[in-house]
Structure formats: C-alpha cells, structure tokens
Design a protein around this ligand. Structure first.
Ligand SMILES: Cc1cc2nc3c(=O)[nH]c(=O)nc-3n(C[C@H](O)[C@H](O)[C@H](O)COP(=O)(O)OP(=O)(O)OC[C@H]3O[C@@H](n4cnc5c(N)ncnc54)[C@H](O)[C@@H]3O)c2cc1C
Length: 410
C-alpha cells in the first residue's frame, strides 16, 4: 500500500510547524507543504519590528534552515497557489494545473490585509504589510519619504509608525476611534499607547476617517479626511486589520464563519480536513466558544494539536491566547481573552505613568486577561491565574507584594 499523503496548504509559520509536528509524532508518509510565496516559511513579527528597524538580519526570520525541508523529507512547493479543493475526490489543484491527492489536508492559509475602500487606494505609494516583500518596500520608503501617513492605529500601524520614527521619518497616525487600540485595551490602558506615540513625535489624529487618498501623477501626495482636512505625505501605510483567507474553504463548501470553523481538535466540517493558525475559528474549551486568533503564539502551537488530530490521536487546543508587542522602549505581553463589554474592571499592579505595570481585566472576582508592560518573567504566572479561574481579591491583585502564584491558589 502506498504511504499516506498529507498536504498542507499555506507555507508560513503554522504550515511549517505542522510539518515539523507530523514528523515529530512519527508520521513517515509524504508531506507536501504548498505556499504561494517565493520565500520558504518565515515569521512575520520581525517585519514590523526587528527586521524593519534594521536590528535583525533577513536570515533570522525563517522558521527553519533551508536544509531542514530536505532533511525532514518535506516537499516544499514555493510560488505555488492552490487554486481548487475537491472534497469528493480528496484532491487539490495548484497553479499550473497539477492535481494532487491527499489522505489528510491541513489548511493554514492565514489572513490578508483588509483593503482600504476609498478612492485613490490603488495609487503608487499606498502600502500594506503582510509579506517580507512588503516590509522591504516600507524599508525603502523610510529612505525616500519625509512623511508617512499610517491609516489605522492598531498593532501593525503603531509598530510601523514607531519604526518610522526610529528611522527619522515624520509619521501621522489616523485612527477612526477616539483612542488607538481601544477595542482591545479599553479606556484605562489605551491612552498609554496614545501618549507613548505622541512623546515620540507621532502626529496622532483620533476620530479621523479617510475619505480619499490624494495623488499627483499616479503617486500618493496625501490624504483627505471626511471632515475635509488634507494631510500631505509621500506614502500611506494601511493597517486596518486582516481578513482570513477562506477562498478554498468557501468554494468547497466547508463551514466558514469568520474563518474556517474547527472544533477543539482543529477538525473542520470534513473529517479529512483540518485548519490552524490565523485562518481557523477554533472552539476554545476554556472560553466555551469559538475564537479566531491572529497571533504568532497561536500559529506556533496550534499545529501540534492539528498534527496529532490528523494522525488520529486525541488532542485539543486550549492554550491561553497570548501576544506581544514592542514599540520604542515599551515591551509588553498580553494573555487571555476579553471583548468590549465582556469585563467590568481593570485592576493595575504597578505604575501606569512610568509604563511598568501589570493590568488585569476582570469580570466579578475572576481574571480574564492580563498584560505585563516592561515587567518580565510573569506572563506564565498570569496565564496560570487566568486558567485557574480562582476568585481574587482586587486589593491583593493590585499589590505587587502578593505573588501571582498565591492568587492562583485561591
Ligand atoms: C507585520 C506583522 C507583524 C506581526 N507581529 C506580531 C506580533 O508582534 N505578535 C503576535 O503575536 N503576532 C504578530 N503577527 C501575527 C502573526 O504573524 C500571525 O498570527 C501568523 O503569521 C499567522 O501564521 P499563519 O501561518 O496562520 O498564517 P500566515 O502567516 O498568514 O500564512 C499563510 C500563508 O498561506 C499562504 N496562502 C494563502 N492561501 C494560499 C493558497 N490558496 N495557496 C497557497 N498558499 C496560500 C499565504 O500567502 C501565506 O504565506 C504579526 C503579523 C504581521 C503581518
């Protein structure tokens, strides 16, 4: 009997980690890892931080050394778009027309930047950031531009604005809300990020809605806001969120709802197909609902569960969601999950003004999420506290002398 073939569509962090996990769990069949990018799988966080700031080499961004794929007998197909998925025949079709059969399929197709739906969005000098090539274009723009407008004060917009300021480029950030990061951080914590950027010379415009990107000779010359204000710039970087790449899943009739719907074992509505990473809207047992997490740690760890599940083992993904950011001299880690209106208080341990603190988002006397800012080696304890579901006293939660481990013990 021919050895089984496992096909992974999407050759980025989640795809590469899935191939690694399959081999790690003893799978000795064929693995095809198919991706439409020219580079082998790489990590994206450096594209808005270390690599963009010139602090990290290009070689350092890759998930595995080039030789790893041959050593692990992982057939990596680059520059190859999967154009169709036939679930009746268990095949995928790739650009060029080849049809490849699979026994199990993993979709790690990730997400793409949400396009800005205004006139002028196709002008030369309107940039997005997802791929390493996008990062390199922005790096070149840092050399040539004197002012860049960032549309969207989310994580990517703020990180790239920080890199622009470090490179000596004037930066204007346009945020539609009345604070950046308001949805995630809430009114107590979001102002810290606003102040941080203003202190570093960012022209932060709030409740700013872009009506048009204005061009001259086909190139960006500025932006016109809905209130009529015109701001001059040589380039515009758009960071208004990402949309999951569900085309294959949609067209093949898999269940899709804000990403590909999967259970806690990362199985789709088709028993031969799994999904992981940014594209997967996975049932989270601890939270008791589906969540789609667009963060590095999720793309790093979910593939192990997907691989075990593809191999017929019992595996569920229930890690506490986690992400991190670095902007200027502020580094932070955030663990847990909250939504606007889903918490009733924010308890702070430490000093907000010196930007050295831990913030806890709480509902009743339980901690839902925690963020350590410029305080290190505590995130594991925060995750443990969230996972424990322990009832906590707010005064003790705010007291730096009470170890977090003690609170988790209840
Ligand atoms: C600039 C940037 C900075 C970030 N910084 C942070 C950070 O600081 N902290 C953090 O926690 N997270 C960060 N993230 C998020 C993190 O990088 C993502 O969560 C992670 O990349 C998701 O990995 P993935 O493999 O699921 O998807 P992706 O990385 O999106 O990869 C999916 C791959 O599939 C390919 N593909 C899609 N459809 C097809 C098809 N039909 N055929 C073939 N190939 C296909 C895509 O081109 C892509 O290569 C950042 C993201 C970006 C863009």
């Amino acid at each position: 009997m021919a050895p089984p073939t496992f096909v992974i569509v999407g050759a980025s962090l989640a795809g590469a980690k899935a191939a690694e996990a399959l081999r790690g769990h003893g799978f000795d069949g064929r693995i095809l890892l198919i991706g439409d990018e020219p580079d082998r799988p790489y990590e994206r966080p450096p594209l808005s931080k270390g690599y963009l700031q010139g602090k990290q080499d290009r070689d350092a961004i890759f998930v595995h050394p080039a030789q790893w794929y041959a050593d692990q007998a992982v057939d990596l197909r680059r520059d190859t778009l999967v154009t169709a998925l036939d679930r009746d025949r268990n095949t995928v079709t790739v650009s060029g027309g080849e049809t490849i059969g699979y026994d199990k399929l993993l979709l790690t197709t990730g997400a793409s930047p949400r396009p800005l739906p205004v006139p002028g969005a196709d002008l030369e000098g309107v940039l997005y950031l997802r791929r390493v090539g996008d990062c390199e274009r922005i790096l070149q723009t840092f050399q040539s531009a004197s002012r860049i407008i960032f549309v969207g004060g989310g994580w990517i917009g703020l990180e790239v604005a920080a890199a622009a300021r470090d490179a000596g480029v004037a930066a204007t950030v346009l945020e539609a809300d009345d604070l950046p990061l308001l949805r995630v951080m809430g009114r107590r914590i979001a102002p810290i990020f606003a102040d941080l950027h203003r202190e570093h010379g960012v022209d932060l415009r709030l409740t700013a809605r872009v009506a048009e990107i204005v061009g001259e000779n086909g190139t960006v010359a500025g932006v016109r806001l809905a209130n009529g204000t015109r701001i001059e710039a040589d380039a515009v970087v758009v960071g208004i969120g990402a949309v999951p790449n569900t085309h294959l899943a949609d067209a093949s009739g898999l269940h899709v709802d804000n990403g590909i719907t999967v259970d806690a074992s990362l199985r789709t509505s088709d028993p031969d197909i799994h999904a992981a990473g940014d594209v997967a809207n996975a049932f989270h047992p601890m939270l008791g609902k589906h969540i789609r997490v667009e963060h590095w740690a999720n793309a790093l760890h979910q593939p192990d569960t997907a691989a075990r599940s593809m191999l017929g083992q019992t595996a569920t993904y229930d890690r506490v969601p986690y992400f991190f950011t670095d902007q200027y001299d502020l580094g932070m880690e955030y663990a847990g999950y909250t939504e606007p209106g889903g918490y009733d208080d924010v308890v702070v341990r430490g000093d907000l003004t010196s930007r050295q603190f831990i913030a806890f988002w709480t509902a009743g006397d339980r901690v839902l999420a925690g963020m350590n800012v410029n305080i290190w080696d505590v995130n594991e304890a925060i995750q443990h506290l969230i996972r424990s579901g322990a009832r906590v006293d707010r005064v003790r939660l705010a007291d730096p002398d009470v170890p977090l481990e003690e609170l988790a013990a209840g």
